[in-house]
Ligand binder design. Sequence first.
Ligand code: AHG
Ligand code: MN
Ligand code: MN
Ligand code: MN
Length: 384
Amino acid sequence: MSSTYGDEIRGKRMVFETEVHTCVSFYLLFHTFSHIQLRLGLTGSSNVQGEDVKKLDVLANDIFKNALVASGKCCFLVSEEDERVMVIEDPSFRGKYIVTFDPLDGSSNIDCGVSIGTIFGIFKVHDDHAPGSKDIIRSGRDLVAAGYCMYGSYVELIVSVGTGLHGFTLDPAIGEFILTHPSVPMMSFYLLCIFFPKLAHSTKQIRIPSRGKIYSINEGNYKYFDEPTKKYVDSVKTKYSARYVGSMVADVHRTVLYGEMIVFYTTVDVKTFLEHGLGQAVDNFHESLMIFICIFGYPADSKVILSTTFVDIVPYLFPRSKNGKLRILYEVFPMAYLVEQAGGRASTGKQDALDITPRHIHDRSGVWLGSADDVADLEAFYRA
Ligand code: AHG
Ligand code: MN
Ligand code: MN
Ligand code: MN
């Protein structure tokens, strides 16, 4: 084959291969995109909350319900997306836990790729023999575990079983969640574990120091806030930065993590360490290295919204947020539990959020959570 002819064939093949590659990559791109597209957008129905339900809300709800039933550990499931409690009747799948969950939190952010997540709380039945509504409609102080998983620029599972917070990050390369959030900076953590192996067992907690520099609230509702909330927001906006994602999981995750030390080196106060032992030295870390901490709030407000029933012909007004927007059993309680486990506080402004007892499974409450001193400042406006 003459060189020119050969070059020509080679050239054509090059073009052909490029075209094939291009077509294949467009196909893959389109396929992926359409696959995502299938998951994005609205279902066209609304849920018991009066919200437009997203396709991913439904998908997430089905996935979690199937997994929780298959676990054989649960007797009742309470989901944001289901009007009623799901009772697990089959004795071979029935367990002694109640799981309250928000399968997909921050749904309004799905289609624009902003962080969303899943929130869950776990209660144990009072009495194995006769579980009933008293096992579901109860104080947040009865929680035995809670957690959230945030799907953002990385996937992070934050969970507590009552012994502080533990943070696990998904390593997509191996498909496993790795413990990544001890409460001291990684470098110092490893260095210290060389000298003080016990440290590895005492700092698997994320701690929220007492005061911070960020406040997080939807100021678009300002005109609906009650006076104490307005006064508090006015008092912090001159000294703190504002951050608000609109996904509770993302806003709380920032609150919890920025409460953690984010300095990538530190020196252990050896004198304290030797005198007072490990715990004091670790506490000293927090005090000496506290940088950020946030307060996140979704207070009750007087905002009234039009809500249409699923047949869309009977719009009716109801005061959505006179009790706050966030749902007690599967948003407020789990996040309040986690923030308290991290050394922070969660309050309605008038009482600890965990001390509320909801009136029904989708009951709502206003809530402030984060740095203990910042939450105390907020509460002072309610007492004034
Ligand atoms: P969900 O998407 O599960 O219905 O929850 C949305 C909640 C919560 O994620 C967030 O903090 C809050 O709604 C945001 O409300 P606004 O858009 O009114 O600020
Ligand atoms: Mn919702
Ligand atoms: Mn939610
Ligand atoms: Mn949700």
